[in-house]
Design a binder for this molecule. Structure first.
Ligand code: PLP
Length: 366
C-alpha cells in the first residue's frame, strides 16, 4: 500500500453539516458564511475575517485592499507556492523577489529591505511550511503588509500573537492538504473594518454592502465561498486543535526516525516562543544527491514524495515576463533544488512514519 502525501480528516460531523445545508435549500450567501467568519476570527483573536473561494482569491483581494496598483512593486519571497507571486501580477504590479533566510526558509527581512524602492507599495511575506515569518522586522519597514498565511494555521509569533492575528490582512487556504479544509476555500483576517467591507464587496462583484442588488459601485469578482464549504469549515474548526496536535506528533516521530542521516536537513526547530503550525514535512537532501532518483527510489518502496517547492523566479513565466534568472537568490535556489516533501497528515501512524523514514535512509545510504 502506497503511503499518500496528504489525507484530510473528515467524519460524520462534516457529512451531517453538509446535509443540513443541502436540506435547508440555501447553498450560498446564507448564514454559515458569517458564522464561519466569526468563529475563525475569534480563534485567531482578530477583529474580522472574510471567507473567500480560495487562498489565491484572498491574496488577490487583500493586495487590492492594500492599494497595490498598475506599475507598483511588491517585495515577496521566491520560495513559495506560485500563487503568492501570481496575485501581484494580476494587478499588473511587479513581483520583486528577495532571498530567504536559510534557517526558516522565509523571506529574509534584510534582503527585503534592500529590495525596497520608491515604487514599493507593499511587502508580501509568506509563512512557508507553517513557520512564522519575522513580522516585527517587516513592520519596521513601515509599508503595508499582506501576509500569505496559507500554510500557517496554528502558527504563533514570538510575541504570542497567532499568525494572522496581527491585524494586517492575512490569508489562509483551505485546499484539501491544508491544516483545515473546505475542499477549496480561503479566509482573509484583518483588524480594519474598512478592509473587511471592501473585500466583502469585491468578492461579490463589487456589490454595495447594503446588498442593494442593482448598485455595483466598484469592480468586483466572484470569489464567494459557499455555505456548503463554510459548514465544513465550522466543523473543521472544532477539530482543529486535535488535528494540529496530531500533525505535531507525526513531525516528532519523523525527527526521531530521521536523526543522524548524513547531510539530510530537517525542518528547523521552533526558536524561542515561535511556534510552527505543522503543514508539511519537507527535508532537504544532502548536496549532490540526484533528487529525481531519490523520489523514484522512494516510489519503488511504496512511498510518495515530491519536489517542494520550486523557486518561483526560475519558472518560465517569471523568467520571460520579468527577466529573472539563475543565481539571483542563491539561498532559495539551493533549498529549492534539494527539497522533498514526505507523506504528512494527522492520522499518519508511527509505523507509516517509520516505513517512510526507513525507505529514505536506505535510499540515501545505498
Ligand atoms: C495553498 C497555498 C496558497 C493558496 O492556494 P489555493 O489553492 O488558492 O487555496 C497560497 N500560498 C501558499 C504558500 C500556499 O501553500
Amino acid at each position: 500500500m502506497t503511503i499518500p502525501l496528504a489525507q484530510p480528516v473528515l467524519g460524520p460531523e462534516e457529512e451531517a453539516a453538509v446535509l443540513e445545508v443541502l436540506r435547508s435549500g440555501q447553498l450560498s450567501l446564507g448564514p454559515r458564511v458569517p458564522e464561519f467568519e466569526r468563529r475563525f476570527a475569534r480563534r485567531l483573536g482578530v477583529a474580522h475575517a472574510s471567507a473567500v473561494s480560495s487562498g489565491t482569491a484572498g491574496l488577490h483581494l487583500a493586495l487590492r485592499a492594500a492599494g497595490v496598483r498598475d506599475g507598483d512593486e511588491v517585495v515577496t519571497s521566491p520560495f513559495s507556492f506560485v500563487a503568492s507571486a501570481n496575485v501581484i501580477a494580476y494587478e499588473r504590479a511587479r513581483p520583486v523577489f528577495a532571498d530567504i533566510d536559510p534557517r526558516t526558509l522565509n523571506l529574509d527581512p534584510e534582503a527585503a529591505a534592500a529590495a525596497v524602492t520608491d515604487r514599493t507599495t507593499a511587502i508580501l511575506p509568506v509563512h512557508i511550511f507553517g513557520y512564522p515569518a519575522d513580522l516585527p522586522a517587516f513592520e519596521r519597514l513601515g509599508l503595508p503588509i499582506v501576509e500569505d498565511a496559507c500554510e500557517a494555521l496554528g502558527a504563533v509569533h514570538a510575541d504570542g500573537i497567532p499568525v494572522g492575528g496581527r491585524g494586517h490582512p492575512a490569508v489562509f487556504g483551505f485546499y484539501a492538504n491544508k491544516q483545515l479544509t473546505t475542499g477549496e476555500g480561503g479566509m482573509v483576517t484583518m483588524g480594519d473594518a474598512a478592509v473587511k467591507e471592501r473585500i466583502d464587496s469585491e468578492r461579490n462583484q463589487g456589490r454595495a454592502p447594503n446588498m442593494d442588488w442593482l448598485d455595483h459601485d466598484r469592480l468586483g469578482f466572484n470569489y464567494r465561498l459557499s455555505d456548503l464549504a463554510c459548514a465544513i469549515g465550522i466543523v473543521q474548526l472544532d477539530r482543529l486543535d486535535g488535528m494540529l496536535a496530531d500533525r505535531a506528533r507525526v513531525a516528532g516521530w519523523y525527527r526521531e526516525a530521521l536523526a543522524g542521516i548524513e547531510g539530510l536537513e530537517l525542518p528547523c526547530e521552533d526558536r524561542g516562543q515561535e511556534r510552527r503550525g505543522w503543514f508539511v514535512f519537507v527535508v532537504q537532501l544532502p548536496r549532490g544527491r540526484d533528487r529525481d532518483g531519490v523520489i523514484e527510489a522512494l516510489r519503488a518502496r511504496g512511498v510518495q514524495s515530491k519536489p517542494y517547492l520550486p523557486a518561483i523566479h526560475l519558472m518560465s513565466y517569471y523568467r520571460e515576463t520579468y527577466g529573472y534568472r539563475e543565481g539571483q537568490f542563491p539561498v532559495c535556489e539551493d533549498v529549492a533544488a534539494r527539497s522533498v516533501a514526505l507523506p504528512f497528515f494527522p492520522r499518519m501512524t508511527q509505523a507509516q512514519v517509520e516505513q517512510v523514514s526507513d525507505a529514505l535512509r536506505a535510499v540515501l545510504e545505498s
